[in-house]
Design a protein around this ligand. Structure first.
Ligand SMILES: CC(C)(COP(=O)(O)OP(=O)(O)OC[C@H]1O[C@@H](n2cnc3c(N)ncnc32)[C@H](O)[C@@H]1OP(=O)(O)O)[C@@H](O)C(=O)NCCC(=O)NCCS
Length: 92
């Protein structure tokens, strides 16, 4: 069973399988926005859609916080390009 969560103490969104973190997206707060600067999925699990699950969860959480996003991570940037509904979150 997998679970998605925000761990504010570690500044990362996490995808868990049981109690094991198998994917994460790291962020920091800058200029009134959330900068997501690195995303990774455990070796051997790439291409299974896990990164996309993390991206969706992270962006929905940023929206719920009323924040904007700075997508320094190229994977998150390309996810937003492929999902234009998130475009309004991008800090100009
Ligand atoms: C990048 C990464 C997080 C993507 O996670 P994933 O679970 O493999 O991604 P998904 O299965 O959800 O793939 C979704 C789409 O993103 C694309 N994609 C994969 N890696 C990408 C990248 N680095 N940049 C842009 N797009 C990427 C895939 O081609 C896929 O497109 P498709 O559905 O048209 O084939 C993962 O491959 C990884 O950990 N890579 C090593 C670390 C890394 O390079 N991180 C990114 C820079 S911070």
């Amino acid at each position: 069973m997998s679970e998605l969560r925000n761990d504010p103490a570690k500044h990362q969104y996490e995808l868990l399988s049981g109690d094991q973190v198998i994917g994460l997206a790291r962020y920091r707060h800058v200029r009134g926005a959330v900068e997501i600067y690195h995303t990774e999925v455990e070796d051997g699990h790439e291409g299974e859609g896990l990164g996309s699950q993390l991206a969706q969860f992270a962006l929905d959480d940023v929206r719920a916080q009323g924040q904007q996003v700075i997508a320094t991570c190229p994977f998150i940037a390309s996810y937003i390009e492929r999902h234009p509904a998130y475009q309004d979150l991008v800090q100009p």
